[in-house]
Design a binder for this molecule. Structure first.
Ligand code: DGJ
Length: 749
């Protein structure tokens, strides 16, 4: 609900459990007052503006206006007129001078959402949300700044974005226009970010913030493996179930900045949006700019509640609706097994073996096009290599379909290799800086998709490939970061638009692809999980999480990813051991249970497997089909983290009606003389009785190991009370051997 109290000039935005309050000071300055647990009334809050203290407000004390500017908790901050903290908006006028000052003009409350043109966005109609549009202006520049707040009625979420319109007579340049900020006055706080690298994406990183700033950012042209466009502020006592948490998640896939800064008087300002570095957006009179959305979530029940709110938001209001309930195909992908060394016969062999095991789809990865046998050539040539796929793509796809399997294909539309027909015909289509030879990465270059002819040239090829056969799934890869970003077509003053325009061009291409092939399942990917963000989820309901398929490594990668993103979005496959990245040997059973936390598949040579492993696949596929609806649509609870306790990892999924739950427990490291571990479940109905069982025997058979089985060693633990399971917990027996996984089923009786 959105309320405006005329007498106090106060806005009160409420969701089921939260309040967000801002108000005008002196009738002109929009300041932030509160974001936290729900309030019945906001009267008296404006004292937090401290207008009765020196320096007072500029209306009272014009002499010290700058002192006011540097201290006032602006709702949306701006640079150049006295606020020295990290700003959201910076504008250069026609004479190259930087300075902007935003004052309130009007506001409007609209039913439903204001949809940002060309950008991925959260969705909603008048029944599930309302939007507040607060219009601020800079009278000197003639700039209008619309602060948009979408408030969900059934979720503790506020989505912010900003639309800037040049209503002046002269051009201006937006030097930065971040999506929104968060102001808090914590006594002490921690900052949580998802830091990483290739193969170690989205590792949870928590640090206390006392002075200065902590940031997460990308200048790589994509959201990156190194930092994720997410930041949370936590009270120091916050854990999975208790404490206060404020989350900010950006719906964007390019360069971003997320920064938490303590100011000179101990207040906290967090900003998030498109990174201002390498960004400059000229606007002639009448032009507009729309920022991406930032989704704010507040929880006073720890990180777990924040996570579940983001999952509900992204599943119900971001990802295309049909994927919430639609089963995802169990796939086999040939990449780790064959790399680029395959042909029709090899793939048909994969399909046969997959069919025998109950797998739904064969995905043909990199290496099917041009004359690509390694990474030195052919990106840009999206036509079949007939030496490998004899008789062409349709023949292969038809044969696979005839076996009863779907077919999926890998593409990397944004790239070109120098050794390609595309490059020979259009050497000027890649990004480059005049006078410099652009630098290669993985022997490839980024196409300047901001140019329409380049966009068309690439899209038409991809379109024709997909139209030529019955393709059910596309894995859209992107294997390098951007560098040497210059466009031959952009005007000199517009080169600062390129990085954002590039992201918009990618969005436009994925949107078009889905329009032309409405049944397609799109999975995004970027050297593993380097573009795993809410922007991409708008187009693809699943994203390849990491090239690190080692199940033990995946525990922390998937824990960090699932902190914000729904589990049903995490591409996760069972791969061969010793693992290609780490050399680790993990039982087949454990590899499967870890992959079942996401979308499930195999990334190994299913034709040549150990018979005892191959024999397990049908059972694993059946188990995945059983638990996946709960993973996909239920609530996720993080029970224990190997990252923190150094011995085990544990998570649970629970149906919304709390009638059925699955708990996966991975004993990562065995230890001598350690009794069974007590695990307290979460999310159950305390009043209900549950039949609890565990697949101990299944695990034992799977890795042929030994277990020390205590008195609870039978498959069924019996009928146990929800209250007991959550408060007292169960004892998970000590298992012999590292990397052992158990699955508990908890079913209401
Ligand atoms: C990177 C992806 O993450 C891999 O899964 C694979 O598709 C390769 N690219 C292919 O080049």
């Amino acid at each position: 609900m959105i309320q405006y109290y005329e007498d106090r000039q106060t806005f009160h935005l409420t969701t089921p459990n939260t309040s967000y309050v801002m108000a005008l000071a002196d009738g002109v300055w929009l300041g932030h007052l509160y974001y936290g647990a729900k309030l019945h009334d906001t009267a008296g809050m404006e004292q937090a503006f401290r207008l009765n203290e020196f320096p007072f407000s500029p209306a009272v004390n014009e002499r010290d206006k700058v002192r006011f500017m540097q201290m006032f908790p602006f709702e949306y901050s701006f640079l150049g007129t006295g606020d020295y903290r990290e700003p959201c908006l910076s504008v250069e006028n026609a004479h190259g001078m930087t300075g902007v000052e935003l004052t309130y003009r009007s506001h409007e409350i609209l039913p439903g959402k204001v949809v940002p043109d060309g950008l991925p966005h959260t969705r909603g109609c008048g029944e599930c949300c309302d939007t507040l549009d607060v219009l601020l202006e800079d009278r000197v520049l003639g700039l209008e700044v619309h602060l948009l707040y979408t408030v969900y009625k059934d979720l503790d979420v506020i989505v912010k974005s900003v639309r800037v319109v040049n209503r002046g007579d002269e051009p201006v340049v937006l030097k930065r226009v971040l999506s929104g900020q968060l102001n808090l006055e914590p006594d002490r706080c921690d900052v949580l970010t998802l830091h990483g690298s290739w193969g170690r994406e989205r590792t949870i990183t928590r640090q206390s913030l006392k002075t200065g700033a902590v940031s997460a950012e990308s200048l790589r042209g994509v959201s990156s493996a190194e930092d994720s466009p997410f930041l949370a502020i936590l009270t120091p006592n916050a854990d999975q179930t208790t404490g206060e948490v404020w989350g900010m998640s950006l719906v964007y896939s390019g360069n971003f900045l997320a920064k938490a800064q303590i100011d000179q008087i101990g207040r906290l300002r967090c900003v998030m949006g498109i990174h201002p570095e390498n960004f400059a957006w000229p606007m002639t009179p009448g032009e507009e700019f729309q920022s991406p959305e930032v989704c704010l979530v507040y929880s006073n029940e720890g990180l777990g509640k924040m996570t579940r709110t983001y999952h509900d938001l992204y599943r119900n209001h971001l990802i295309e609706k049909r994927w919430l309930t639609q089963d995802r195909p169990v796939l086999v992908n040939n990449w780790e097994a064959t790399m680029m060394d395959f042909d029709t016969d090899v793939l048909i062999g994969f399909a046969k073996a997959a069919k025998e095991s109950g797998i739904d789809m064969l995905v043909m990865d990199d290496g099917w096009f041009g004359h690509r046998d390694d990474d030195t050539s052919s990106l840009g040539d999206w036509f079949v290599n007939e030496k490998k796929l004899k008789g062409g793509l349709k023949k292969l796809v038809d044969a696979v379909n005839d076996m009863g399997l779907k077919f999926g294909i890998w593409v990397e539309p944004e790239m070109v290799c120098e050794d390609s027909e595309l490059f020979r015909a259009h050497p000027d289509w890649r990004f480059s800086l005049p006078g410099r030879k652009p630098g290669a990465l993985r022997q490839q270059y980024v196409l300047d998709l901001t140019r329409q002819e380049v966009w068309d040239g690439v899209y038409n090829q991809i379109h024709d490939t997909l139209a030529s056969a019955n393709i059910a799934y596309v894995k859209w890869d992107m294997n390098r970061y951007l560098a040497d970003v210059g466009s031959l077509e952009a005007e000199p003053g517009c080169q600062g638009q390129l990085l954002h325009r590039y992201v918009l061009a990618v969005y436009r291409m994925q949107e078009r692809l889905l329009k032309d092939f409405p049944d397609l399942l799109l999975e995004n990917c970027s050297s593993g999980g380097a573009r795993y963000d809410a922007g991409m989820l708008f187009y693809s309901p699943q994203i390849w999480t990491s090239d690190d398929t080692d199940a033990i490594e995946r525990l922390s990668i998937q824990e960090g990813t699932a902190l914000v993103f729904p589990m049903s979005t995490m591409g996760a496959h069972v791969s061969v051991c010793p693992n290609q990245q780490t050399g680790r040997e993990v039982p087949f059973n454990t590899r499967a249970k870890v992959a079942m936390a996401g979308t499930f598949g195999y990334e190994m040579d299913v034709r040549n497997m150990k018979p005892e492993e191959k024999a397990q696949i049908p059972g694993q596929v059946a188990l995945f089909r059983k638990i996946h609806p709960v993973v996909r649509e239920g609530d996720y609870y993080r029970i224990a983290s190997f990252r923190e306790n150094h011995h085990s990892d544990c998570w649970m999924v629970v149906t919304k009606d709390r009638a059925l739950a699955y708990m996966t427990y991975v004993q990562v490291l065995a230890a001598p003389n350690r009794p069974g571990v007590r695990v307290r479940m979460q999310g159950l109905d305390p009043e209900a009785c549950y039949e609890v069982s565990c697949d101990y025997e299944g695990s034992m058979a799977a890795h042929n190991g030994e277990m020390s089985l205590g008195p609870q060693s039978s498959k069924k633990l019996g009928r146990l009370n929800g209250d007991m399971l959550m408060k007292h917990g169960i004892i998970v027996p000590r298992v012999r051997g590292d990397y052992q996984a158990l699955l508990y089923e908890v079913r209401k009786v």
